[in-house]
Design a protein around this ligand. Structure first.
Ligand code: PA5
Ligand code: NI
Length: 189
C-alpha cells in the first residue's frame, strides 16, 4: 500500500537488503569508456568479463514523495593500474543532492562540477558525504575487500551518464608502488 511505512533489513557485511525492488550488475564490459587502459579492458573482457559492482535498489514512492534507497557493493580489483569504481553520473535535475554513507571498505568519493571544480573525499567505514546538486559523483574502491555504501536520493533527481562517459573525472586513482595515487585523467591533459 503506497502511503504506508516500509522497512528493509540491511546487511552491513554484504551490502544487500531485503526486500528489494531490483538489483543491477555492472561488469567491465559495461564500463569500456570509463577505464583509461583500453588494452587491459579488452583483455579482461576476453578473460571472462568480471563483475565490478552491484546496486541493490528500492524506490519508496508514495502518492506525494519519491525517496529512493540504493546500496552499492564495489568489488576490490583493478583494470590495468586503475581501481574498480562506479561509472559516475550527474543528476539530471539541477536541484537534487544525495547522501552517501560508507559502511565497509575503503576508497574515495570523487566529485566534480561542470565548471571544473574537483573534490575527493577519503572514505572509511562511517564516512557520510553530502553530494550537492550539480556535482558529478563516482566512488573508487582502493582497498582489498568489497566497498559497500548506502545512497539516498529523490527519484526526481534522474541520472545522466554521458558527460562522465566522454570526459571522465579530472583525476583517476591508480596503483603506483602499491599505493593509491591520483593521476590527471588523460582526456583532460
Ligand atoms: O544513486 C546513486 O548515486 C547511486 O545509487 C549510484 O547509482 C550507484 O552507486 C551506482 O553508480 P552509477 O549510477 O554511477 O553507476
Ligand atoms: Ni547520484
Amino acid at each position: 500500500k503506497e502511503d504506508y511505512p516500509i522497512s528493509v533489513q540491511f546487511d552491513f557485511n554484504t551490502g544487500v537488503f531485503e526486500p528489494q525492488e531490483k538489483s543491477v550488475e555492472r561488469k567491465v564490459s559495461d564500463m569500456v569508456k570509463m577505464f583509461h587502459d583500453k588494452t587491459a579492458v579488452e583483455s579482461m573482457i576476453k578473460a571472462g568479463d568480471p563483475l565490478v559492482y552491484e546496486i541493490f535498489y528500492y524506490g519508496f514512492k508514495t502518492s506525494a514523495s519519491d525517496m529512493a534507497l540504493g546500496t552499492t557493493r564495489i568489488q576490490p580489483g583493478k583494470v590495468g593500474d586503475e581501481y574498480y569504481m562506479t561509472k559516475g553520473h550527474f543528476h539530471e535535475a539541477f536541484d537534487q543532492p544525495e547522501i552517501y554513507f560508507c559502511v565497509k571498505g575503503e576508497g574515495y568519493l570523487l566529485m566534480e562540477t561542470r565548471e571544473g571544480e574537483f573534490q575527493a573525499e577519503k572514505w572509511t567505514p562511517g564516512t557520510i558525504s553530502h553530494i550537492p546538486p550539480m556535482w558529478a559523483h563516482r566512488v573508487v574502491n582502493t582497498g582489498k575487500e568489497p566497498l559497500v555504501f548506502v545512497a539516498t536520493y529523490h527519484l526526481a533527481a534522474g541520472h545522466t551518464y554521458t558527460e562522465v562517459e566522454e570526459k571522465g573525472f579530472l583525476k583517476c586513482l591508480v596503483e603506483k608502488d602499491g599505493k593509491a595515487t591520483f593521476v590527471l585523467n588523460d582526456k583532460r591533459k
